[in-house]
Write a protein that binds this ligand. Structure first.
Ligand code: ZN
Ligand code: ZN
Length: 334
């Protein structure tokens, strides 16, 4: 079968690799849509921290955002043809974190296409633990459903805000996580402002039901989403948050952020928290997506067949793109 393989920093190709062998408790899935994100890009470029930490090494079968159809499972597993998405974080199942149901905290977790050699989803077939599959609800396309993997991080952050109705929200960063957070906040009844420093996504921001703001008003927002992973957004968020407000950090910073005005949190009696993924939230978010609270198709800039995956990464690296998401499409459109 064919799969996208990262072979060395900045080198990737679609190669012929052996088909996966399904073990009991696993399901064979044929991926149809594969979302590419900054993490995949970092893995390709050789700057993903797992590489430095020895948790990943080339060659890497790429990608972790997948929707597809079941090909084969155990007798009590999902029927062939069932449309599914996949939670790509696979805990050991035995440690304290796994027993609490938070596999993202498991020290021995596998991550599809990223961690401890688990093959990624940019392939014609993958074998995944059946418990990590989430069926796609009626009325939601596989092309949209693939957004659930990045989306659970946004959903987790917004959910932790509590009731957002009538609140003023600011989203920093019009990437995939920021845009999905904006749609969820708007669906919950918040008024949503988005800051787009590059100025290329004003059209998209309007489609999300948010308002593009050129300047950030200080002390004005009850809820702030940091989804840029840039030090400037930490400073902006601390300035923008209102008294008693909350700041959710969804982005990963390039390193430590110097000169953070921690006293802003104290004097405004504000809360700042980090969000890592959204364990246990897949089915809830898929239901919200099917209900139309999140319509991620508007985030899609382009798609490429698996064979042209290297071109997809070239496009991702280009500046000034008007929409954040690029997908691979396998096995024909559906
Ligand atoms: Zn991702
Ligand atoms: Zn574990």
């Amino acid at each position: 079968m064919k799969a996208l393989i990262f072979t060395a920093p900045n080198e990737c190709s679609v190669q012929e690799v052996p088909e996966p062998v399904r073990r009991p408790g696993e399901t064979l899935v044929a991926p149809r849509f594969v979302g590419l994100c900054a993490t995949d890009q970092e893995m390709l470029q050789g700057v993903m921290p797992y590489l430095a930490d020895g948790l990943a090494r080339y060659p890497v079968q790429a990608a972790h955002e997948v929707s597809g159809v079941v090909v084969e499972s155990d007798a009590d597993g999902p029927a062939p043809g069932t449309p599914v998405t996949i939670d790509p974080v696979v805990g050991c199942g035995r440690c304290a974190a796994c027993l609490r149901g938070v596999e993202t905290h498991c020290p021995d977790r596998l991550e599809m296409g990223l961690r401890l050699g688990m093959p990624g989803g940019a392939a014609e077939l993958i074998a995944v633990p059946t418990r990590k599959l989430h069926p796609v609800p009626e009325g939601l396309s596989l092309r949209s459903a693939v957004f659930v993997e990045p989306g659970v991080t946004s959903y987790n952050g917004v959910k932790r805000f509590g009731d957002v109705s009538g609140k003023r929200a600011l989203v920093l960063g019009p990437g995939t996580l920021g845009c999905i957070a904006a749609q969820l906040l708007a669906a919950g009844g918040a008024s949503v402002a988005m800051h787009d420093p590059a100025g290329t996504r004003r059209g998209l921001i309007a489609e999300l039901g948010a308002e593009a703001v050129p300047e950030i008003e200080p002390d004005s927002y009850d809820l702030v989403i940091e989804a840029m992973g840039a030090p400037s957004a930490i400073h902006d968020g601390l300035r923008a948050v209102a008294a008693g407000g909350q700041i959710a950090l969804l982005g990963v910073q390039p390193g430590t952020v110097p000169d953070v005005d921690v006293n802003a949190l104290v004097f405004k009696d504000a809360t700042m928290f980090g969000v890592l993924n959204g364990p246990g939230l897949y089915d809830e978010l898929l239901t919200r997506m099917a209900a139309g609270d999140v319509t991620p198709e508007v985030l899609l800039e382009a798609d490429f067949p698996l064979e042209r995956a290297p071109e997809a990464f070239e496009l991702m690296a280009r500046r000034g793109r008007t929409r954040p998401k690029i997908q691979l499409v396998l096995g024909g459109d559906s």
